[in-house]
Ligand binder design. Structure first.
Ligand code: AR6
Length: 170
């Protein structure tokens, strides 16, 4: 895939990333779950869940395509940006726009929190079943468009946990 020199693709575990913010592929409850969400809550510890509970008390969770920010707790990252990807469900509904919104709203929150470096997992491509190539194209196009107009974000890392995501992004 055609990259930009401020976008890096790596294979690994996002909880180990030394960046200002890591993005979590959460669900609307913000109460944790499996996949990358479970890994982030385990590594971040109770402070992450406490912040999530405060957000839930204030605004009742997080809608699909939206994003919220919490502390990074015990992570190297200062912040976790929790976003809720669409369930693919055969591509019905506005899944493209919703996945795009996840990347965009996360990048907006990162700039508001003065982050220079941010790492994303491959949102929706696990339990939520989004086809990996289609999701990767949306991720790269949205990140590129954003950073071309915004020089406060220095580096965006796309973290691939599985071989298939790595191969479509390479
Ligand atoms: N680091 C980076 N990427 C990871 C890691 C990790 N430690 N672990 C898994 N992935 P998923 P979704 C990749 O299922 O599809 C949760 O239960 C994985 O290989 O975590 O958006 C939430 O609570 C895949 O490519 O998220 C929601 O209910 C990608 O992360 C639901 O799953 C996303 O897979 C969200 O589903």
């Amino acid at each position: 895939m055609v990259m930009n020199n401020r976008i890096k693709v790596i294979k690994g575990d996002i909880t180990k990333c030394n960046v200002d913010a890591i993005v979590n592929a959460a669900n609307t409850s913000l109460m944790g779950g499996g996949g990358v969400d479970g890994a982030i809550h385990r590594a971040g510890g109770p402070a992450v869940l406490e912040d999530c509970r405060r957000i839930v008390a204030r605004q009742g969770g997080c809608k699909t395509g939206q994003a919220v920010v919490t502390t990074g707790g015990n992570l190297l990252a200062k912040f976790v940006i929790h976003t809720v990807g669409p369930v693919y469900n055969g591509g019905k509904g506005n899944v493209v726009e919703l996945l795009k919104s996840c990347y965009l709203n996360s990048l907006l929150l990162a700039t508001e929190s003065k982050c220079k470096t941010i790492a994303f997992p491959n949102i929706s491509t696990g339990i939520y079943g989004y086809p990996k190539l289609a999701a990767a194209e949306i991720a790269v196009a949205t990140v590129k468009e954003f950073i071309d107009k915004n020089d406060r974000i220095e580096t965006v890392i796309l973290v691939c946990f599985d071989e298939e995501n790595l191969s479509v992004l390479m």
